[in-house]
Ligand binder design. Structure first.
Ligand SMILES: *[C@@H]1O[C@H](CO)[C@@H](O)[C@H](O)[C@H]1NC(C)=O
Ligand SMILES: *[C@@H]1O[C@H](CO)[C@@H](O)[C@H](O)[C@H]1NC(C)=O
Ligand SMILES: *[C@@H]1O[C@H](CO)[C@@H](O)[C@H](O)[C@H]1NC(C)=O
Length: 466
Protein backbone atom coordinates (compact mmCIF):
# COMPACT_ATOMS: atom_id res chain seq x y z
CA UNK A 1 0.00 0.00 0.00
CA UNK A 2 2.76 2.38 1.02
CA UNK A 3 4.76 1.33 -2.04
CA UNK A 4 1.78 1.78 -4.27
CA UNK A 5 1.02 5.32 -3.10
CA UNK A 6 4.68 6.28 -3.27
CA UNK A 7 4.76 4.88 -6.78
CA UNK A 8 1.74 6.89 -7.85
CA UNK A 9 3.18 9.98 -6.20
CA UNK A 10 6.32 9.45 -8.25
CA UNK A 11 4.25 9.04 -11.40
CA UNK A 12 2.27 12.15 -10.53
CA UNK A 13 5.52 13.95 -9.84
CA UNK A 14 6.92 13.01 -13.23
CA UNK A 15 3.70 14.05 -14.94
CA UNK A 16 3.83 17.40 -13.19
CA UNK A 17 7.54 17.75 -13.91
CA UNK A 18 7.19 19.85 -17.02
CA UNK A 19 4.84 22.44 -15.60
CA UNK A 20 5.88 22.51 -11.98
CA UNK A 21 9.64 22.44 -11.85
CA UNK A 22 10.26 26.15 -12.49
CA UNK A 23 7.96 26.91 -9.59
CA UNK A 24 10.01 25.11 -6.96
CA UNK A 25 13.40 25.12 -8.61
CA UNK A 26 15.11 27.92 -6.70
CA UNK A 27 14.31 26.53 -3.28
CA UNK A 28 14.87 22.87 -4.10
CA UNK A 29 17.92 22.99 -6.31
CA UNK A 30 20.16 25.32 -4.39
CA UNK A 31 18.53 25.30 -1.00
CA UNK A 32 18.01 29.05 -1.40
CA UNK A 33 15.59 29.27 1.50
CA UNK A 34 12.62 31.57 1.55
CA UNK A 35 12.90 33.92 4.50
CA UNK A 36 9.90 35.60 6.02
CA UNK A 37 9.36 38.48 8.41
CA UNK A 38 6.45 40.52 9.71
CA UNK A 39 6.73 44.23 10.51
CA UNK A 40 4.45 46.90 11.99
CA UNK A 41 4.07 50.40 10.58
CA UNK A 42 4.24 53.29 13.02
CA UNK A 43 1.01 53.65 14.98
CA UNK A 44 -1.82 55.81 13.64
CA UNK A 45 -4.87 56.85 15.65
CA UNK A 46 -8.41 57.10 14.26
CA UNK A 47 -11.74 58.15 15.73
CA UNK A 48 -15.18 57.84 14.07
CA UNK A 49 -15.14 59.63 10.70
CA UNK A 50 -11.46 60.61 10.81
CA UNK A 51 -8.83 60.13 8.12
CA UNK A 52 -5.11 59.44 8.26
CA UNK A 53 -3.00 59.76 5.12
CA UNK A 54 0.54 59.38 6.41
CA UNK A 55 3.96 58.97 4.83
CA UNK A 56 6.50 57.04 6.87
CA UNK A 57 10.11 57.24 5.69
CA UNK A 58 12.75 54.58 6.34
CA UNK A 59 10.36 51.83 7.40
CA UNK A 60 11.58 48.43 8.58
CA UNK A 61 12.57 46.33 5.61
CA UNK A 62 14.77 43.30 4.91
CA UNK A 63 18.38 44.30 4.21
CA UNK A 64 20.90 43.20 1.63
CA UNK A 65 20.84 42.18 -2.01
CA UNK A 66 17.67 40.10 -2.08
CA UNK A 67 14.71 39.04 -4.23
CA UNK A 68 11.23 39.82 -2.90
CA UNK A 69 8.85 36.88 -3.35
CA UNK A 70 5.72 38.05 -1.54
CA UNK A 71 4.29 41.17 0.15
CA UNK A 72 1.09 41.11 2.20
CA UNK A 73 -0.45 43.60 4.59
CA UNK A 74 -3.48 44.32 6.75
CA UNK A 75 -4.72 46.80 9.35
CA UNK A 76 -4.70 45.56 12.94
CA UNK A 77 -5.54 47.12 16.29
CA UNK A 78 -3.44 47.42 19.48
CA UNK A 79 -4.22 43.82 20.43
CA UNK A 80 -3.12 42.50 17.03
CA UNK A 81 -6.67 41.77 15.84
CA UNK A 82 -7.51 42.35 12.15
CA UNK A 83 -9.81 45.37 11.80
CA UNK A 84 -12.71 44.97 9.33
CA UNK A 85 -13.11 47.42 6.43
CA UNK A 86 -16.54 48.67 7.65
CA UNK A 87 -14.73 50.06 10.71
CA UNK A 88 -11.42 51.16 9.17
CA UNK A 89 -11.53 51.39 5.40
CA UNK A 90 -8.06 50.86 3.96
CA UNK A 91 -8.14 53.19 0.96
CA UNK A 92 -4.60 52.19 0.03
CA UNK A 93 -1.11 51.45 1.22
CA UNK A 94 1.95 52.00 -0.97
CA UNK A 95 5.59 51.13 -0.56
CA UNK A 96 8.04 53.30 -2.53
CA UNK A 97 11.79 52.87 -2.89
CA UNK A 98 14.19 55.81 -2.58
CA UNK A 99 17.89 56.48 -2.01
CA UNK A 100 18.86 58.54 1.05
CA UNK A 101 22.03 60.64 1.05
CA UNK A 102 24.07 59.57 4.06
CA UNK A 103 26.54 62.40 4.70
CA UNK A 104 23.77 64.68 5.97
CA UNK A 105 23.54 64.49 9.78
CA UNK A 106 22.56 60.87 10.15
CA UNK A 107 21.43 61.24 13.78
CA UNK A 108 18.90 63.88 12.84
CA UNK A 109 15.25 62.94 12.87
CA UNK A 110 14.02 61.52 9.59
CA UNK A 111 11.65 64.49 9.14
CA UNK A 112 14.55 66.93 9.03
CA UNK A 113 16.02 65.37 5.91
CA UNK A 114 15.48 67.57 2.92
CA UNK A 115 13.78 66.23 -0.18
CA UNK A 116 16.95 67.19 -2.05
CA UNK A 117 18.83 64.55 -0.07
CA UNK A 118 16.59 61.81 -1.44
CA UNK A 119 16.51 60.29 -4.89
CA UNK A 120 13.31 58.59 -5.93
CA UNK A 121 13.88 55.04 -7.20
CA UNK A 122 10.49 54.10 -8.55
CA UNK A 123 9.20 51.25 -10.67
CA UNK A 124 9.48 50.99 -14.47
CA UNK A 125 6.54 53.31 -15.18
CA UNK A 126 4.56 54.40 -17.03
CA UNK A 127 2.73 57.40 -15.50
CA UNK A 128 4.22 60.90 -15.36
CA UNK A 129 7.16 61.40 -13.00
CA UNK A 130 6.38 60.77 -9.34
CA UNK A 131 2.93 59.24 -9.93
CA UNK A 132 2.11 55.58 -9.18
CA UNK A 133 5.81 54.74 -8.89
CA UNK A 134 5.42 52.34 -5.97
CA UNK A 135 6.92 48.86 -5.79
CA UNK A 136 4.08 47.36 -3.74
CA UNK A 137 0.60 48.52 -2.80
CA UNK A 138 -3.07 47.58 -2.68
CA UNK A 139 -6.28 48.76 -1.03
CA UNK A 140 -9.36 47.12 0.46
CA UNK A 141 -8.57 43.93 -1.53
CA UNK A 142 -5.33 43.34 0.39
CA UNK A 143 -6.41 40.34 2.44
CA UNK A 144 -7.50 38.10 -0.43
CA UNK A 145 -5.22 39.07 -3.29
CA UNK A 146 -2.34 36.73 -4.16
CA UNK A 147 1.00 38.56 -4.33
CA UNK A 148 3.56 35.73 -4.45
CA UNK A 149 6.02 35.66 -7.32
CA UNK A 150 6.71 32.21 -8.77
CA UNK A 151 10.22 30.78 -9.08
CA UNK A 152 12.65 31.51 -10.64
CA UNK A 153 11.46 35.15 -10.61
CA UNK A 154 11.71 37.84 -7.93
CA UNK A 155 11.74 41.61 -7.50
CA UNK A 156 15.40 42.50 -7.09
CA UNK A 157 16.26 45.06 -4.41
CA UNK A 158 19.38 46.19 -2.56
CA UNK A 159 21.72 45.62 -5.52
CA UNK A 160 24.87 47.53 -4.45
CA UNK A 161 25.71 48.19 -8.10
CA UNK A 162 22.50 50.24 -8.50
CA UNK A 163 22.69 52.32 -5.31
CA UNK A 164 24.49 55.66 -5.92
CA UNK A 165 27.71 56.11 -3.92
CA UNK A 166 27.06 57.87 -0.62
CA UNK A 167 23.41 56.84 -0.56
CA UNK A 168 21.43 54.06 1.10
CA UNK A 169 18.35 52.32 -0.29
CA UNK A 170 15.30 52.98 1.90
CA UNK A 171 11.54 52.53 1.74
CA UNK A 172 8.61 54.90 2.18
CA UNK A 173 5.22 53.63 3.35
CA UNK A 174 2.05 55.62 2.66
CA UNK A 175 -1.08 54.47 4.50
CA UNK A 176 -4.44 56.07 3.73
CA UNK A 177 -7.17 54.87 6.10
CA UNK A 178 -10.70 56.15 6.78
CA UNK A 179 -12.59 55.34 9.98
CA UNK A 180 -16.25 54.86 9.00
CA UNK A 181 -17.65 53.79 12.39
CA UNK A 182 -20.95 55.61 12.85
CA UNK A 183 -20.71 57.23 9.40
CA UNK A 184 -23.89 58.78 8.06
CA UNK A 185 -22.99 57.43 4.60
CA UNK A 186 -20.34 54.74 4.79
CA UNK A 187 -19.84 54.32 1.03
CA UNK A 188 -19.79 58.12 0.60
CA UNK A 189 -17.00 58.41 3.19
CA UNK A 190 -14.92 55.67 1.54
CA UNK A 191 -15.46 57.36 -1.84
CA UNK A 192 -14.31 60.67 -0.35
CA UNK A 193 -17.43 62.64 -1.31
CA UNK A 194 -16.58 66.30 -0.72
CA UNK A 195 -20.01 67.22 0.72
CA UNK A 196 -19.66 64.59 3.47
CA UNK A 197 -16.24 66.00 4.37
CA UNK A 198 -17.35 69.63 4.00
CA UNK A 199 -14.24 70.26 1.90
CA UNK A 200 -13.95 73.01 -0.72
CA UNK A 201 -10.19 73.65 -0.72
CA UNK A 202 -7.34 71.18 -1.28
CA UNK A 203 -4.78 70.22 1.37
CA UNK A 204 -2.48 72.95 0.02
CA UNK A 205 -5.29 75.52 0.28
CA UNK A 206 -6.27 75.80 -3.38
CA UNK A 207 -10.01 75.97 -4.15
CA UNK A 208 -11.30 72.77 -5.75
CA UNK A 209 -13.01 72.80 -9.16
CA UNK A 210 -16.72 73.49 -8.61
CA UNK A 211 -17.60 70.24 -10.42
CA UNK A 212 -15.23 68.15 -8.26
CA UNK A 213 -17.58 65.85 -6.36
CA UNK A 214 -15.20 63.53 -4.58
CA UNK A 215 -11.85 61.79 -4.45
CA UNK A 216 -8.46 62.10 -2.79
CA UNK A 217 -8.58 65.93 -2.75
CA UNK A 218 -11.47 65.73 -0.26
CA UNK A 219 -10.20 63.08 2.19
CA UNK A 220 -6.64 64.13 2.92
CA UNK A 221 -4.85 63.71 6.23
CA UNK A 222 -6.93 64.86 9.24
CA UNK A 223 -10.15 65.54 7.34
CA UNK A 224 -13.38 64.40 8.99
CA UNK A 225 -16.32 62.57 7.42
CA UNK A 226 -19.86 63.12 8.67
CA UNK A 227 -20.88 60.85 11.54
CA UNK A 228 -24.45 60.15 12.78
CA UNK A 229 -25.47 62.61 15.44
CA UNK A 230 -24.77 61.36 18.94
CA UNK A 231 -22.59 58.46 17.78
CA UNK A 232 -19.93 57.65 20.36
CA UNK A 233 -16.79 55.74 19.50
CA UNK A 234 -13.32 55.68 20.99
CA UNK A 235 -10.22 56.84 19.18
CA UNK A 236 -8.03 53.81 18.72
CA UNK A 237 -4.49 52.91 17.76
CA UNK A 238 -3.98 51.03 14.53
CA UNK A 239 -1.04 49.66 12.54
CA UNK A 240 -0.41 48.34 9.09
CA UNK A 241 1.10 44.89 9.64
CA UNK A 242 3.10 43.78 6.60
CA UNK A 243 4.63 40.40 5.94
CA UNK A 244 7.34 39.85 3.37
CA UNK A 245 9.02 36.77 1.92
CA UNK A 246 12.36 36.93 0.15
CA UNK A 247 15.44 34.98 -0.91
CA UNK A 248 19.11 35.93 -1.02
CA UNK A 249 19.87 37.12 -4.53
CA UNK A 250 21.69 34.73 -6.85
CA UNK A 251 22.40 34.71 -10.55
CA UNK A 252 19.78 32.05 -11.33
CA UNK A 253 16.95 34.30 -10.17
CA UNK A 254 15.33 36.21 -13.03
CA UNK A 255 14.47 39.80 -12.02
CA UNK A 256 11.06 41.22 -12.91
CA UNK A 257 10.18 44.83 -13.76
CA UNK A 258 7.11 46.49 -12.24
CA UNK A 259 4.69 48.42 -14.48
CA UNK A 260 1.54 50.20 -13.31
CA UNK A 261 -1.04 51.30 -15.89
CA UNK A 262 -3.90 53.71 -15.20
CA UNK A 263 -7.12 53.75 -17.21
CA UNK A 264 -7.28 57.57 -16.79
CA UNK A 265 -3.87 58.03 -18.44
CA UNK A 266 -4.20 60.65 -21.18
CA UNK A 267 -0.86 59.60 -22.65
CA UNK A 268 0.35 63.22 -22.42
CA UNK A 269 3.58 63.89 -20.53
CA UNK A 270 4.13 67.55 -19.78
CA UNK A 271 7.80 68.37 -19.60
CA UNK A 272 9.13 67.52 -16.16
CA UNK A 273 5.76 68.10 -14.52
CA UNK A 274 4.96 65.79 -11.64
CA UNK A 275 1.52 67.08 -10.85
CA UNK A 276 -2.00 66.03 -11.64
CA UNK A 277 -4.10 67.94 -14.08
CA UNK A 278 -6.67 67.12 -16.68
CA UNK A 279 -3.97 67.50 -19.33
CA UNK A 280 -1.17 65.50 -17.79
CA UNK A 281 -0.80 61.75 -17.75
CA UNK A 282 -2.42 59.64 -15.07
CA UNK A 283 -5.37 61.21 -13.23
CA UNK A 284 -5.53 58.22 -10.84
CA UNK A 285 -9.26 58.67 -10.14
CA UNK A 286 -12.47 59.07 -12.09
CA UNK A 287 -16.22 59.20 -11.57
CA UNK A 288 -19.06 56.87 -12.46
CA UNK A 289 -22.48 58.39 -13.25
CA UNK A 290 -25.53 56.31 -12.37
CA UNK A 291 -27.42 55.24 -15.47
CA UNK A 292 -30.79 56.44 -16.64
CA UNK A 293 -33.40 53.90 -17.70
CA UNK A 294 -32.53 54.43 -21.40
CA UNK A 295 -28.81 53.86 -20.69
CA UNK A 296 -29.71 50.66 -18.88
CA UNK A 297 -31.52 49.20 -21.86
CA UNK A 298 -28.82 50.25 -24.38
CA UNK A 299 -25.56 49.66 -22.49
CA UNK A 300 -26.66 47.36 -19.68
CA UNK A 301 -25.92 50.02 -17.08
CA UNK A 302 -22.17 49.39 -17.21
CA UNK A 303 -19.40 51.98 -17.46
CA UNK A 304 -16.62 50.74 -19.73
CA UNK A 305 -13.53 52.94 -19.65
CA UNK A 306 -10.63 52.25 -21.99
CA UNK A 307 -7.29 53.81 -22.67
CA UNK A 308 -4.43 53.07 -25.01
CA UNK A 309 -0.94 52.78 -23.52
CA UNK A 310 2.52 52.21 -24.93
CA UNK A 311 4.68 49.53 -23.37
CA UNK A 312 8.21 50.96 -23.09
CA UNK A 313 10.15 47.68 -23.17
CA UNK A 314 9.68 44.07 -24.21
CA UNK A 315 9.19 41.08 -21.92
CA UNK A 316 7.18 38.16 -20.63
CA UNK A 317 4.30 38.73 -18.21
CA UNK A 318 4.81 36.80 -14.96
CA UNK A 319 2.00 38.29 -12.85
CA UNK A 320 -0.91 40.68 -13.26
CA UNK A 321 -3.60 42.20 -11.05
CA UNK A 322 -6.04 45.11 -11.32
CA UNK A 323 -7.09 47.58 -8.65
CA UNK A 324 -10.72 48.73 -8.51
CA UNK A 325 -13.05 50.25 -5.92
CA UNK A 326 -16.57 49.28 -4.86
CA UNK A 327 -18.77 49.09 -7.97
CA UNK A 328 -15.91 47.58 -10.02
CA UNK A 329 -16.81 44.48 -12.03
CA UNK A 330 -13.50 43.64 -13.67
CA UNK A 331 -10.62 44.91 -15.71
CA UNK A 332 -8.69 43.54 -18.68
CA UNK A 333 -5.36 44.41 -20.28
CA UNK A 334 -5.24 43.65 -24.02
CA UNK A 335 -2.35 43.43 -26.48
CA UNK A 336 -2.36 45.34 -29.74
CA UNK A 337 -3.94 42.44 -31.62
CA UNK A 338 -6.74 42.26 -29.03
CA UNK A 339 -5.30 39.22 -27.22
CA UNK A 340 -6.00 39.14 -23.48
CA UNK A 341 -2.82 39.74 -21.49
CA UNK A 342 -4.59 39.49 -18.14
CA UNK A 343 -8.13 39.80 -16.82
CA UNK A 344 -8.61 40.55 -13.12
CA UNK A 345 -11.98 40.31 -11.37
CA UNK A 346 -13.09 41.58 -7.97
CA UNK A 347 -14.20 39.33 -5.15
CA UNK A 348 -16.85 40.98 -2.94
CA UNK A 349 -17.24 40.05 0.72
CA UNK A 350 -20.46 38.61 2.06
CA UNK A 351 -20.20 38.78 5.83
CA UNK A 352 -18.99 40.98 8.64
CA UNK A 353 -15.59 39.57 9.60
CA UNK A 354 -12.24 40.98 8.44
CA UNK A 355 -11.45 39.65 4.98
CA UNK A 356 -15.11 39.03 4.08
CA UNK A 357 -16.85 42.40 4.55
CA UNK A 358 -20.13 42.65 2.62
CA UNK A 359 -20.16 45.36 -0.06
CA UNK A 360 -16.38 45.74 -0.18
CA UNK A 361 -13.88 44.36 -2.67
CA UNK A 362 -11.93 41.98 -0.45
CA UNK A 363 -9.76 40.43 -3.15
CA UNK A 364 -8.84 40.70 -6.84
CA UNK A 365 -8.15 37.68 -9.01
CA UNK A 366 -4.63 37.52 -10.41
CA UNK A 367 -2.88 36.12 -13.49
CA UNK A 368 0.11 33.77 -13.38
CA UNK A 369 0.68 32.99 -17.07
CA UNK A 370 2.77 29.96 -18.00
CA UNK A 371 6.29 31.46 -18.30
CA UNK A 372 6.88 32.54 -21.88
CA UNK A 373 3.23 32.31 -22.93
CA UNK A 374 2.37 36.03 -22.72
CA UNK A 375 4.87 38.26 -24.42
CA UNK A 376 4.69 42.03 -24.92
CA UNK A 377 6.79 43.77 -27.56
CA UNK A 378 8.72 47.00 -26.97
CA UNK A 379 6.55 49.92 -28.07
CA UNK A 380 3.45 47.74 -28.30
CA UNK A 381 0.15 49.60 -27.96
CA UNK A 382 -1.85 48.03 -25.15
CA UNK A 383 -5.48 48.70 -24.25
CA UNK A 384 -6.56 48.85 -20.62
CA UNK A 385 -10.28 48.40 -19.93
CA UNK A 386 -11.95 48.96 -16.55
CA UNK A 387 -15.65 48.14 -16.04
CA UNK A 388 -17.91 49.49 -13.30
CA UNK A 389 -21.55 48.99 -12.51
CA UNK A 390 -23.62 52.18 -12.95
CA UNK A 391 -26.37 51.07 -10.58
CA UNK A 392 -25.38 54.05 -8.48
CA UNK A 393 -22.94 56.95 -8.88
CA UNK A 394 -19.41 56.68 -7.53
CA UNK A 395 -16.68 59.24 -6.94
CA UNK A 396 -12.92 58.67 -6.72
CA UNK A 397 -12.92 55.22 -8.30
CA UNK A 398 -9.75 53.75 -9.79
CA UNK A 399 -8.76 51.53 -12.68
CA UNK A 400 -5.15 50.49 -12.26
CA UNK A 401 -3.31 47.46 -13.60
CA UNK A 402 -0.07 46.18 -12.03
CA UNK A 403 2.07 43.73 -13.99
CA UNK A 404 5.45 42.06 -13.45
CA UNK A 405 7.52 41.52 -16.58
CA UNK A 406 10.69 39.46 -17.09
CA UNK A 407 13.24 39.96 -19.88
CA UNK A 408 13.69 36.21 -20.25
CA UNK A 409 12.16 32.86 -19.43
CA UNK A 410 14.05 30.15 -17.54
CA UNK A 411 16.64 28.33 -19.62
CA UNK A 412 15.26 24.77 -19.77
CA UNK A 413 18.72 23.12 -19.87
CA UNK A 414 19.62 24.61 -16.49
CA UNK A 415 17.04 22.29 -14.93
CA UNK A 416 19.24 19.31 -15.73
CA UNK A 417 22.52 20.76 -14.53
CA UNK A 418 22.24 19.89 -10.85
CA UNK A 419 21.47 16.16 -11.09
CA UNK A 420 23.87 15.63 -13.99
CA UNK A 421 26.65 17.32 -12.07
CA UNK A 422 26.01 15.12 -9.05
CA UNK A 423 26.00 11.98 -11.17
CA UNK A 424 29.10 12.75 -13.20
CA UNK A 425 31.18 10.18 -11.29
CA UNK A 426 28.68 7.36 -11.48
CA UNK A 427 29.08 4.67 -14.11
CA UNK A 428 27.26 2.03 -16.10
CA UNK A 429 23.70 0.86 -15.98
CA UNK A 430 22.90 2.48 -12.61
CA UNK A 431 23.21 5.87 -14.28
CA UNK A 432 19.81 6.04 -15.95
CA UNK A 433 18.07 4.44 -12.99
CA UNK A 434 19.75 6.85 -10.59
CA UNK A 435 18.68 9.85 -12.64
CA UNK A 436 15.08 8.70 -12.60
CA UNK A 437 15.15 7.91 -8.88
CA UNK A 438 16.83 11.20 -7.94
CA UNK A 439 14.52 13.20 -10.12
CA UNK A 440 11.53 11.37 -8.71
CA UNK A 441 12.62 11.99 -5.15
CA UNK A 442 13.42 15.65 -5.75
CA UNK A 443 10.15 16.22 -7.52
CA UNK A 444 8.12 14.33 -4.90
CA UNK A 445 9.65 16.60 -2.25
CA UNK A 446 9.03 19.61 -4.45
CA UNK A 447 5.39 18.68 -5.00
CA UNK A 448 4.83 18.08 -1.30
CA UNK A 449 6.47 21.36 -0.33
CA UNK A 450 4.58 23.16 -3.07
CA UNK A 451 1.21 21.76 -2.03
CA UNK A 452 1.93 22.50 1.65
CA UNK A 453 2.93 26.00 0.71
CA UNK A 454 -0.19 26.41 -1.40
CA UNK A 455 -2.38 24.96 1.34
CA UNK A 456 -0.72 27.28 3.84
CA UNK A 457 -1.47 30.28 1.68
CA UNK A 458 -5.07 29.27 1.27
CA UNK A 459 -5.42 28.91 5.04
CA UNK A 460 -3.92 32.35 5.45
CA UNK A 461 -0.82 31.66 7.54
CA UNK A 462 2.69 32.45 6.42
CA UNK A 463 4.62 29.28 5.77
CA UNK A 464 8.32 29.19 6.53
CA UNK A 465 10.33 26.59 4.69
CA UNK A 466 12.66 24.91 7.16
C1 LIG B 1 -18.15 73.53 6.73
O1 LIG B 1 -17.01 74.36 6.57
C2 LIG B 1 -17.28 75.75 6.67
C3 LIG B 1 -16.01 76.53 6.41
O2 LIG B 1 -15.07 75.80 5.75
C4 LIG B 1 -17.80 76.05 8.09
O3 LIG B 1 -18.12 77.40 8.20
C5 LIG B 1 -19.03 75.20 8.36
O4 LIG B 1 -19.46 75.39 9.68
C6 LIG B 1 -18.74 73.74 8.13
N1 LIG B 1 -19.94 72.97 8.25
C7 LIG B 1 -20.05 71.91 9.03
C8 LIG B 1 -21.36 71.21 9.05
O5 LIG B 1 -19.10 71.50 9.71
C1 LIG C 1 12.00 70.49 -20.74
O1 LIG C 1 12.70 70.86 -19.56
C2 LIG C 1 14.13 70.89 -19.72
C3 LIG C 1 14.73 71.15 -18.35
O2 LIG C 1 13.94 72.01 -17.59
C4 LIG C 1 14.48 71.94 -20.76
O3 LIG C 1 15.91 71.96 -20.95
C5 LIG C 1 13.79 71.61 -22.08
O4 LIG C 1 14.03 72.61 -23.02
C6 LIG C 1 12.28 71.48 -21.88
N1 LIG C 1 11.65 71.03 -23.09
C7 LIG C 1 10.49 71.52 -23.53
C8 LIG C 1 9.96 70.93 -24.79
O5 LIG C 1 9.88 72.40 -22.94
C1 LIG D 1 -16.05 44.95 -19.87
O1 LIG D 1 -17.14 45.27 -20.69
C2 LIG D 1 -16.93 44.99 -22.06
C3 LIG D 1 -18.10 45.57 -22.84
O2 LIG D 1 -19.30 45.06 -22.35
C4 LIG D 1 -16.78 43.48 -22.24
O3 LIG D 1 -16.52 43.19 -23.59
C5 LIG D 1 -15.61 43.01 -21.40
O4 LIG D 1 -15.52 41.60 -21.45
C6 LIG D 1 -15.79 43.45 -19.95
N1 LIG D 1 -14.56 43.10 -19.23
C7 LIG D 1 -14.56 42.67 -17.98
C8 LIG D 1 -13.26 42.30 -17.42
O5 LIG D 1 -15.58 42.57 -17.33
Amino acid sequence: MARCSRGSLLLLAILILASNVPHTRASVKRGNKIKSATFLSPKFVLGPGSVENRFYHNIEFPKGHIGIKNFNAEVIDDAGNPVPLHETYLHHWLVVRYYQRLDVVENNHEQKFKEADRISAGNSGICQRGILNQYFGLGSETRKTATHIPDPYAIEIGNPAEIPAGYEERWLLNVHAIDTRGAEDRLGCTECRCDLYNITVSESGHPLRPDYKGGLFCCYDHTQCKVKQGFQGTRRSLYLRYTMEWVEWDRDIIPVKIFIFDVTDTGKRLNGSTGFGPENGCQIEYEIESCSSTDASVHGCIDVKRTSLTMPSAGYVIYGVAHQHTGGIGSTLYGKDGRVICSSLPNYGEGKEAGNEAGYIVGMSTCYPEPGSIQIAAGEKLVLESNYSRDQKHTGVMGLFYILVADQTPNPTSLLQAPIHMLENMKGSTYALAIIALFGLAIAVAVTVHSRLKKGREEGYRPILA
